[in-house]
Design a protein around this ligand. Structure first.
Ligand code: F6P
Length: 364
């Protein structure tokens, strides 16, 4: 690539004006708009300008930006999705992508960027910061809750609430018909949504990628339950669970074409159906499957996610104002802290065994 621009906030201009860009990348998630609002509100209070970058990193690759004012950020707190749009564009996988990001950043006169995203979006931010001293701070977003260095990402609580409500509803129909109900939830390669919604909804078996219970053991739990007079069962399966057998064989059921995005992620989904067939043929119990899919990502954030997103947004704006780049807002205990983007994106946060033990105590 060509010579990199030198980044640094302008401090000699009128009122030390800082022009802050903000983008939302990856899968959308309830609470994104609440972050945008919080970053903008704190920045406006500091006399700074805020520029919305459209469609994640694609906006900086293709020069898609728009100013955000009080009018644009009004009414955002409860609104799902993202007013800025989002994509899974990876500038490192686009011809000249990184140079184009740096050029747009300079052309628009940005001094700093707030990147709101998960491991992929923030992974790009971390790399740009490491390789180009790019002035970026991160906000941890994902319904999957799989980002390291933070206890929770925003969006997760909403997804768990939606999945729990679905499990509650499936309980009554499962009981009426004496059926096994399999519920497939999202979460990619971690089972956070499955474990939390399964505990909250009283699931009888929960299958996650980190602790691959075998199909035979799952069926045995259902049969044990029937033996003690419970003729219906709720099975929650995380989309990234590999069908695992006592023979040692395992199989990841993924999207038909096994398509991958620009970050190399396979499109998941379909394990619920495969598992449902296995349960029905092995136990003889009538089984139905529900795939929650993108319902888990849609709609208004819970109160908890609105508050978390708001706190993250304020922290991110403060990090920019203090010029503490390469950092990410994070939740540790009940405190909002900052951690390095590199640390946050180094590895996935998986479900620890003790959380699965809580779930397992209620199997069968
Ligand atoms: O990362 C969030 C997530 O919803 C995952 O749980 C899921 O595997 C993936 O995104 C779905 O992606 P898409 O919206 O591209 O189908």
């Amino acid at each position: 690539m060509g010579s990199s621009p030198t980044f640094g906030i302008r401090t000699s201009g009128k009122n030390d004006l800082v022009r802050i860009g903000i983008l939302t990348g990856g899968g959308d998630c309830p609470g994104l708009n609440a972050v945008i609002r919080a970053v903008a509100r704190r920045s406006f209070d500091g006399g700074h300008e805020v520029i919305g970058v459209r469609d994640g990193w694609r906006g900086l690759v293709d020069g898609l930006t728009e100013p955000l004012g009080q009018r644009e950020i009004s009414g955002l707190l409860p609104r799902g999705g993202t007013i800025l749009g989002t994509t899974r564009t990876n500038p490192y996988k686009v011809e000249g992508g990184v140079d184009r990001v740096l050029a747009t950043f300079a052309d628009v006169g940005l001094d700093a960027l707030v990147a709101v995203g998960g491991e992929d979006t923030l992974g790009v931010a971390a790399r740009l910061h490491a390789e180009h001293a790019f002035p970026v701070v991160g906000v941890p977003k994902t319904i999957d809750n799989d980002l390291a260095a933070t206890d929770y990402t925003f969006g997760f609580d909403t997804a768990v609430s939606i999945a729990t409500e679905a499990i509650d509803r499936l309980h009554t129909t499962a009981e009426s018909h004496n059926r096994v109900m399999v519920v497939e939830v999202m979460g990619r390669h971690t089972g956070w949504i499955a474990v939390m919604s399964g505990i909250a909804g009283g699931a009888d078996v929960i299958l996650i990628p980190e602790q691959p219970l075998t199909v035979e053991d799952a069926c045995a739990e259902i049969e044990r339950r029937h033996a003690r007079g419970k003729d219906f069962s709720i099975v929650v399966v995380s989309e990234g669970y590999e069908l695992t057998y006592s023979s040692g064989e395992s199989r990841l059921v993924a999207g038909e074409a096994r398509a991958t995005d620009q970050f190399g992620h396979m499109v998941l989904g379909g394990v619920g159906d495969a598992l449902g067939k296995e349960i029905e043929s092995r136990t003889g119990f009538e089984t139905r499957v529900t795939v929650l899919g993108h319902v888990q990502r849609g709609g208004t954030p819970t109160a908890r996610d609105r508050v978390l997103a708001t706190r993250y947004g304020l922290k991110a704006a403060s990090l920019v104002h203090e010029r503490r780049f390469g950092r990410m807002a994070a939740l540790q205990g009940d405190r909002i802290v900052d951690v390095s983007l590199a640390e946050a994106t180094a590895e996935l946060k998986t479900v620890p065994p003790d959380w699965y033990e809580v779930a397992r105590a209620f199997f069968g």
